[in-house]
Write a protein that binds this ligand. Structure first.
Ligand code: NAD
Ligand code: UDP
Length: 315
């Protein structure tokens, strides 16, 4: 059986990826220091003999006994309020954590995949964003701690590929949503759903004309697994092309939850990207993958999960 080390496995995406990889017959070792993730996300996996959890900060030396076929580096705060709260930890896990995990992949002769982000494109001047766009990032702005950590991580990953011949993959993940997002993680979808279900005001930042393109977690996981098993070493966008303004998203969530909440406008955070939409041509060609779940369908599943969580039913 093939053995995988996954960092950040107790987080939102990492927990779904662990589950999928176990279903595919891999042995999965998840390393996480629970900075923004939680054991509740993976507790259903503990009885599985092919799953192991290691509480460790991957900015420190990562020691693993036995062979590894893949190292997948997903550890990093990912929501703006998390990386604004932990700016140095975010820079360290993107730089030192990427270095440690690449070193481990080299020592084991394992394939490597980095969870990068659409944030490498910053506030993009090219729209939609193809992988050969270099981006428009303010390195010293508040979001710079995340964006530059990921840009450094991509540079280091390709340096290990070119210098040491490691088979590396870079997934540029666009906004993903679904069950197991923390209601208080500050990202638009969990914030709006929680506010709508609790009858609180929906906090739209700025005038809400900024756009995003949201991808349901199951589609993102399909794309990530296809990339992991592909032959490409180029960065690949993983996301959904359906783009909408944040004000439209707020109204859609109010409608789907049948909420009486009203929209209130709050100040727009500094350097908040004005538009974002993935160009998926490369993903389609190289991975034969594209998302299948529409926003209404994905939001309904997510809303049901948040309702259950509100009543304390957990995952
Ligand atoms: P998350 O916060 O739910 O998960 C991140 C996990 O990493 C958490 O469990 C956290 O405890 C762990 N972690 C952080 N620092 C660590 C360290 N030093 N050592 C060990 N574990 C550590 O976030 P997520 O949304 O699941 O994101 C996962 C990955 O995907 C991140 O690398 C993120 O940058 C990337 N990504 C996510 C999105 C998205 O829309 N969710 C978009 C683009 C990229
Ligand atoms: N946003 C908002 N209200 C909130 C949370 C987020 O209007 O309560 C906006 C945010 O300013 C951004 C968009 O929604 O323009 C998406 O934010 P999110 O944090 O989900 O993702 P990111 O900005 O990283 O794409």
């Amino acid at each position: 059986m093939k053995r995988i080390l996954l960092t950040g496995g107790a987080g939102f995406i990492g927990s779904h990826l662990s589950e999928r990889l176990l279903k595919k017959g891999f042995v999965v070792f998840c390393i996480d220091n629970l900075l923004t993730g939680s054991k509740a996300n993976i507790e259903a996996l503990f009885p599985n003999d092919n799953f192991g959890f290691i509480d460790h900060d991957v900015t420190n030396f990562v020691e693993m006994h036995g062979d590894l076929d893949y190292v997948l580096h997903f550890a990093s705060p990912a929501s703006p309020i998390d990386y604004l709260k932990f700016p140095i930890k975010t820079l360290k896990v993107g730089s030192l954590g990427t270095h440690k995990t690449l070193g481990l992949a080299k020592a084991k002769g394992a394939k490597y995949m980095l969870a990068s982000t659409s944030e490498v494109y910053g506030d993009p001047l090219v729209h939609p964003q193809p992988e050969d766009y270099w981006g428009n990032v303010n390195p010293i702005g508040p979001r710079g701690v995340y964006d530059e950590a990921k840009r450094f991580a991509e540079a280091l990953t390709l340096a290990y590929h070119r210098t040491h011949g490691i088979d590396t993959k870079i997934a540029r993940i666009f906004n993903t949503y679904g069950p197991r997002m923390r209601p208080d993680d500050g990202r638009a979808i969990p914030a709006f759903i929680s506010q709508a279900l609790d009858g609180r005001p929906i906090t739209v930042f700025g005038d809400g004309s900024q756009t995003r393109s949201f991808c349901f977690i199951d589609d993102t996981i399909d794309g990530l697994v296809a990339l992991m098993e592909s032959n490409t070493n180029e960065p690949v966008n993983v996301g959904n092309r359906t783009e909408m303004s944040i004000l439209e998203l707020a109204k859609l969530i109010i409608r789907l939850t049948k909420s009486r909440s009203k929209v209130v406008h709050k100040p727009l955070p500094q350097n908040d990207p004005k538009v974002r939409q993935p160009d998926l041509s490369r993903a389609k060609k190289m991975l034969k993958w594209e998302p299948r779940i529409g926003l209404d369908e994905g939001l309904k599943i997510t809303i049901e999960w948040f309702k259950g969580r509100k009543r304390g039913k957990g995952v």
